[in-house]
Design a protein around this ligand. Structure first.
Ligand SMILES: Cc1cc2nc3c(=O)[nH]c(=O)nc-3n(C[C@H](O)[C@H](O)[C@H](O)COP(=O)(O)OP(=O)(O)OC[C@H]3O[C@@H](n4cnc5c(N)ncnc54)[C@H](O)[C@@H]3O)c2cc1C
Ligand SMILES: C[S@@+](CC[C@H](N)C(=O)[O-])C[C@H]1O[C@@H](n2cnc3c(N)ncnc32)[C@H](O)[C@@H]1O
Length: 597
C-alpha cells in the first residue's frame, strides 16, 4: 500500500509556537490570538462587537459568518455564549472560512489554554474537519448549532456560500501582513452575504478596512480596544431585518434513505416532519440487506468529484455519529476492473480531495492480501468506505418521526399549502413544505421527471464470510451472517420479482473476479433481493426546489446511501431559509430543473 506523503499539503499553515505556548503563523508572521488573553479578547472584540447575545434575542435562527477560522477559538467562545443564552428552540449556523487549516493536534494544543471551554473544545476536536478543500460540516447537536467550515480562499468561499449572515467576525490577521483577506472584492462579498441590519466586528480599525466596509453600506464605528490595543471596530449593515418567517408544516413522501435523510435534516433544524409512504420504511430500493457507502470517482476532478467527496464525507460522518449500530464494516477495496482503471485510480489517489491515507493505491499483491485470495489487478483502499445495514439507518433516523401510511397519487397547490391526495382524490395530508423522496415512484408525482428505471438484483448467501467489503463492477458486502453479492443493472425494467437467473449473473461476475470466494459459495442456497433504481440522464441526483414550497430528492441511482444525507441537508436548508452545506456550484449541478424541458 502506498504510504501517505510526508510533505505538508500546499495549504499547510506553517505553524509555530511562541515561548508562551501561543500558536503563530509562519506564513503570515502573526499570532492567532492575543498574547494577553485570547478568550477575553474574543469575547470583547467579536461577541460584544456584534451585540451578542442581544442581537439574537427573539430569533429562531441566527447565522454568524467568520473570516479566519484558525484554531476555532472564536467559534468556541460563540458556542459557549450560545449554550448559555440560546433563545428557546432556536438554531445557530456558523459559517467560517480557512485557507490554511490547522492539524487537529495543533488546535487541541492551542485551545488547551481554556479548560473552561471543556466539552465544546472536546466536541470540536473529536469532529475536527479534514484539511481538504471544500465545505465541511461539524455538528453540535447538544447545542442546536452547526458549523460549516469552508477550506479555501476567502473570496472563493464567500462566492460559493448561499447563506446570509446576521453577524460577522472579521479576523484575518492584520491587513498589513495579509491584505488578501481585506481586499475590496472580499468586503463586497461580505456585504452581498449579509442579512439586512447585520453586525460586523473586527480587531482592526485600519483605514482601508473602515472605508471598504463603509463603501459597501456598513455604518462603521471605532470602539475602545482590548488590552494593549487602543481600538476595535464595530459596523452595522444597512437595512432592517424583516420578521422571521413562521416555520410551516413539513411533509415528506417516501421512507427510503432519501426520506429518512430529509427527516433527520429537518429535525436537526428543529422541525418535526410527517413522513408518508405507501408501504412503510424500506419498501423501495433502500430496503436491501446491506449497502456500500463509497464515492463516485471522477479522475478528472471538477464539480462531480467535489460533490461526491463532500457527500461521501458527510454520509460516513452521519452514519457513524447518528446510526452507529447500522455500520457493519469500515474500509472498502475498490478493484480495478478495466485496463484504463490503473491510470484512473492513480489520478484519483493523487487528488487533494482526500485526507492523507484515506484513499490509497493498492498493488495486485496488496489487493490480494486484503481480499484473502490472489487477484490479477490492483485497486484502491477506501479507508472510510462503509458497509451498512440500510434498515438500521432507517430505524435510527425515523424512530421518533410521525409516519403515515398513504399512497400519494397527486399533489396540488391550494393557497400557501400543498395537498397530498390519494387515487380517490381524498386529502391524505397537507403542509406548507412538501419534499418528494419517492425513489422510482417520483415519476408518478412529477410529470416531467427526468428519470429512467434500472432494475437491480443482489444475491444473499448465509454462512459465508469475506475479509473485507470490495467492489469492481459488482460488489461483495459482508452482512452479519453471510455476504451480499451485487448487483444486476437492467435499464428500463421495473419488475421487482426475484430471479434465479439474476443470482447466476451475480455469481458469474464474482467468479471472474474472486474465483476462490465464488467456489466457497458453491452450491449454497442463495436468496435474491430486487428493487428499482431511479436514474437521471447525467447520473447525478435531483435535489432542490421544483416550485415554491415543493422540493425533490431523488434520482439517486446506484449511490443513494452516499448522496442522500448531504443533499437532504441542502433541501432542508432551502426550505427553512438557513445556509446550505453545499457550495453553489454543487447545488447548481444537482438542481432538479437543470435539464432542458
Ligand atoms: C440491487 C441494488 C443494490 C444497491 N446497492 C447500493 C449500495 O450498495 N449503495 C448505495 O449507495 N446504493 C445502492 N443502491 C441504490 C440505492 O438503493 C438507491 O439509490 C436508494 O435506495 C434510493 O433511495 P430513495 O429513498 O430515493 O428511494 P427508495 O428507497 O426506493 O424509497 C422510495 C419510497 O417511496 C415510497 N413511495 C413511492 N411512491 C410513493 C407514493 N406515490 N406514495 C407514497 N409512497 C411512495 C416507496 O414505498 C419507498 O419506500 C442499490 C440499488 C439496488 C436496486
Ligand atoms: C487571526 S487568525 C484567525 C484566528 C481565529 N479566528 C481563531 O479563533 O483562532 C486568521 C486566519 O485567517 C486565515 N487566512 C489568512 N488568509 C486567508 C485567506 N486568504 N483565505 C482564508 N483564510 C485565510 C489564516 O490561515 C488564519 O487561520
Amino acid at each position: 500500500m502506498n504510504t501517505p506523503p510526508d510533505a505538508p499539503p500546499a495549504n499547510d499553515p506553517d505553524l509555530g509556537w511562541t515561548e508562551d505556548g501561543l500558536p503563530r503563523s509562519g506564513r503570515f508572521g502573526d499570532l492567532y490570538f492575543s498574547a494577553q488573553d485570547g478568550l477575553a479578547e474574543t469575547r470583547e472584540v467579536y461577541l460584544r462587537g456584534c451585540g451578542l447575545p442581544e442581537a439574537w434575542r427573539g430569533r429562531q435562527r441566527f447565522t454568524v459568518g467568520e473570516l479566519g477560522f484558525g484554531t476555532g477559538l472564536n467559534v468556541l467562545a460563540l458556542l459557549d455564549l450560545w449554550r448559555r443564552e440560546r433563545p428557546p428552540g432556536a438554531t445557530l449556523h456558523i459559517f467560517s472560512v480557512e485557507a490554511f487549516p490547522l492539524k487537529v493536534e495543533d488546535a487541541r494544543r492551542a485551545l488547551g489554554h481554556w479548560p473552561e471551554l471543556g466539552e465544546l473544545s472536546q466536541t470540536l476536536n473529536e469532529r475536527w474537519p479534514p484539511r481538504t478543500p471544500g465545505f465541511h460540516r461539524i455538528d453540535f447537536p447538544a447545542h442546536h448549532a452547526v458549523l460549516d467550515l469552508a477550506v479555501m480562499d476567502v473570496a472563493d468561499a464567500l462566492e460559493a456560500w448561499g447563506g446570509r449572515a446576521d453577524a460577522w467576525f472579521l479576523d484575518g490577521f492584520s491587513p498589513a501582513t495579509n491584505p488578501q483577506m481585506w481586499r475590496d472584492e472580499v468586503l463586497t462579498l461580505v456585504a452581498a452575504r449579509s442579512a439586512p441590519g447585520a453586525r460586523a466586528a473586527s480587531f482592526t480599525v485600519a483605514g482601508a478596512v473602515r472605508r471598504g466596509l463603509a463603501a459597501q453600506g456598513f455604518d462603521v464605528a471605532k470602539r475602545p480596544g482590548f488590552g494593549r490595543k487602543n481600538e476595535r471596530l464595530e459596523a452595522v449593515f444597512s437595512g432592517v431585518a424583516p420578521p422571521e418567517p413562521k416555520p410551516g408544516r413539513v411533509a415528506i413522501v417516501g421512507a427510503g434513505i432519501a426520506g429518512a435523510s430529509l427527516a433527520r435534516a429537518f429535525r436537526a433544524l428543529g422541525q418535526e416532519p410527517a413522513l408518508y409512504d405507501r408501504e412503510g420504511a424500506g419498501a423501495g430500493a433502500s430496503g436491501g440487506p446491506a449497502a456500500l457507502v463509497t464515492p463516485r470517482f471522477d479522475a478528472g476532478g471538477g464539480v462531480i468529484a467535489d460533490l461526491f467527496a463532500q457527500a461521501f464525507d458527510r454520509a460516513v460522518t452521519l452514519y457513524r455519529q447518528d446510526a452507529p449500530g447500522a455500520v457493519l464494516r469500515s474500509g472498502v477495496v475498490q478493484l480495478e476492473h478495466q485496463d484504463r482503471d490503473a491510470r484512473r485510480f492513480d489520478q484519483v489517489a493523487a487528488q487533494t480531495l482526500w485526507e492523507p491515507g484515506a484513499v490509497m493505491r493498492l498493488s495486485p499483491d496488496e489487493a490480494s492480501q486484503a481480499l484473502g485470495e490472489p487477484v490479477a489487478r490492483g485497486g484502491l483502499w477506501l479507508r472510510d468506505g462503509l458497509a451498512i445495514e440500510p434498515l438500521g439507518v432507517l430505524g435510527a433516523w425515523l424512530s421518533d418521526v410521525r409516519q403515515v401510511r398513504g399512497d400519494i397519487a397527486r399533489i396540488e397547490r391550494v393557497g400557501e399549502l400543498w395537498r397530498l391526495l390519494d387515487a380517490g382524490g381524498q386529502v391524505v395530508g397537507e403542509a406548507e413544505t412538501v419534499c418528494l423522496a419517492a425513489g422510482w415512484g417520483a415519476v408518478a408525482l412529477i410529470p416531467d421527471a427526468p428519470l429512467t428505471p434500472a432494475r437491480g438484483q443482489a444475491s444473499l448467501v448465509t454462512g459465508v464470510s469475506c475479509p473485507t467489503p470490495f467492489a469492481w463492477g459488482g460488489y461483495v458486502v459482508p452482512t452479519r451472517d453471510g455476504v451480499l453479492i451485487g448487483a444486476t443493472q437492467d435499464r428500463g425494467e421495473t419488475a421487482t420479482d426475484t430471479r434465479p437467473a439474476d443470482n447466476e449473473r451475480n455469481l458469474e461476475s464474482l467468479a471472474r473476479t474472486t474465483p476462490a470466494l465464488a467456489d466457497l459459495i458453491g452450491g449454497a442456497p442463495i436468496e435474491g433481493w430486487a428493487a428499482i433504481r431511479a436514474i437521471t440522464p447525467d447520473r447525478l441526483p435531483l435535489a432542490g426546489a421544483l416550485a415554491s414550497g415543493l422540493f425533490v430528492l431523488g434520482g439517486l441511482g446506484a449511490r443513494g446511501f452516499t448522496a442522500a444525507p448531504v443533499l437532504a441537508e441542502h433541501i432542508a436548508a432551502l426550505a427553512t431559509g438557513t445556509p446550505s452545506p453545499l457550495p453553489s456550484a454543487l447545488a447548481a449541478r444537482v438542481h432538479p430543473r437543470r435539464f432542458p424541458r
